[in-house]
Design a binder for this molecule. Structure first.
Ligand code: UDX
Length: 433
């Protein structure tokens, strides 16, 4: 198959590289000339384990290339994936479809022969119809079908998720398009990943419903964690006990500082906007969004409480700025909200993250960014683990203790045992335990 991927962002690059690795001929298009030139020179603009090597291998094999020339890519493709960004629209939380619509218009003008146009970006239900209209307006003679094929990959595990997905969702009623999509995903299909076909609206909504459900699990266990703290229960035991019920499942039941990232916060908001448009209340998702927002602020207060309810003039060391490990992404990261809350309360903040410092710097300037956990801890009144990077699981706690001014460890990811911390004479504050 000849595949064009429009948008060399997170989803576009991972999908493009993986499709090429399946043996397809893939061209990734982006209108950012600098980014495209960098990719051509072998520089991958995002941090994702394994992606550099995957791109290098497929470029060398002649199956993957990068260009800014959308028209000739589309003309030479059997399938064109739209993988441009759909950020939250400023002001109202709707998904901003400007980039999707612009891509559709350009694609429409360039189509030659039967072409399957696939929305891979997360787009609100009904967008496929809109894309179809735009293409038809731009090119009334075009022979094409618009398919929804949402992507469920997680940052930090994107390649694994792409190559071994729980399912592949294809939304289309067009037999020719379905045939093409089965061919695109044939290697995964042969690998027994279920390919589920449905109409386009169902596929579009499945992505939002999936993210909203996962966000619900997290918000739920976080509220149960609060109850555990008051009652002497341990949330890790509670999560283990409930997760063994196959109807519930053990994953996404880790209590923490609240979910962040580029998907859950944005997609839950967009789902609520769609619900408003159709006048179908989504009370559960509404509560999840508000519970998660409150939680991030509550974590700031928890830290202030741990340092004696007086933050002014004190120093707090933050370990972890990204919303999760194995990424450099700090979008909607709990760490950012927590640092802002601490600064508002008058604290000075030092921080260390293995990958997220550059992104964090763009949002938060008044932070002392350090190059190791031990530097960050120097003369701090508390050290706070916000992201569970592997390197924070094996800290030299006595060295940390010797750096601190006051001996407080706030572990918002529950990666230490109370006894090992308290044995060193430190105060230990965890979540739900
Ligand atoms: C998510 C979905 O998992 C993925 O399927 C979708 O395509 C995009 O959104 P991602 O945002 O990359 O992926 O990260 P994920 O691993 O799902 O974590 C999201 C947030 O939830 C993180 O802030 C994480 O720390 C938090 N989380 C996750 C918890 O607090 N507890 C958990 O048990 C799991």
């Amino acid at each position: 198959m000849r595949i064009g991927v429009v948008g060399s962002g997170y989803v576009g690059l991972v999908s493009g590289a993986c499709f090429a690795d399946f043996g397809h001929d893939v061209v990734c298009v982006d209108n950012d000339e600098a980014k495209t030139a960098a990719l051509r020179a072998g520089k991958v603009p995002i941090f994702e384990p394994g992606l550099d090597a995957l791109i290098e291998r497929n470029v060398a094999a002649g199956r993957l290339s990068f260009t800014t020339d959308l028209a000739s890519t589309v003309a030479g493709s059997d399938v064109v994936f739209i993988a441009v960004g759909t950020p939250s629209r400023r002001g109202d939380g709707h998904a901003d479809l400007t980039y999707v619509e612009a891509a559709a218009r350009e694609i429409g003008k360039a189509i030659e022969g039967f072409t399957v146009v696939v929305t891979k970006s997360t787009v609100p239900v009904g967008t496929g119809e809109r894309v179809e209209e735009i293409i038809r307006d731009a090119n009334p003679d075009a022979d094409f079908a618009v398919v929804s094929n949402p992507e469920f990959l997680r940052e930090g595990a994107a390649i694994e998720d792409f190559k071994r997905p729980d399912r592949i969702v294809i939304g289309s009623d067009d037999p020719r398009a379905l045939e093409v999509m089965r061919e695109v995903y044939r290697p995964l299909f042969l690998n027994k990943s279920p390919l589920v076909e449905m109409n386009r609206a169902s596929a579009e909504l499945a992505k939002y419903a999936s993210n909203a459900f996962l966000a619900t699990k997290i918000a739920f266990i976080n509220e149960i964690a609060d109850l555990c703290e008051k009652t002497g229960a341990d949330v890790q035991n509670v999560a283990h006990a409930i997760g063994l019920d196959k109807r519930i499942g053990p994953k996404f039941l880790n209590a923490g500082p609240g979910y962040g990232g580029s998907c859950f916060p944005k997609d839950t908001l967009a789902l609520l906007k769609t619900a408003q448009d159709y006048d179908v209340p989504q009370l559960i998702v509404e509560s999840v969004v508000s519970s998660n927002d409150k939680r991030k602020r509550a974590m700031g207060r928890r830290i202030v409480h741990a340092i004696g309810d007086m933050a002014r003039g004190k120093k707090v060391a933050i370990l972890g700025l990204t919303f999760k490990p194995e990424t450099d992404d700090t979008r909607d990261s709990p760490a950012i909200a927590i640092i802002q809350a601490l600064q508002d309360a008058g604290a000075n903040v030092s921080a260390y993250d293995p990958q997220g410092t550059d992104q964090a710097r763009q949002v938060l300037s008044n932070v002392d960014y350090c190059t190791s956990p031990y530097d960050a801890a120097e003369n701090a009144d508390a050290i706070v683990i916000v992201t569970e990077w592997d390197e924070f699981r094996a800290l030299d706690l006595s060295r940390i203790r010797d750096q601190l001014r006051d001996l407080v460890l706030v572990d918002l990811r529950n990666i230490y045992h109370r006894t090992e911390v308290e044995r060193l004479g430190m105060k230990y504050v965890a979540v739900g335990r």
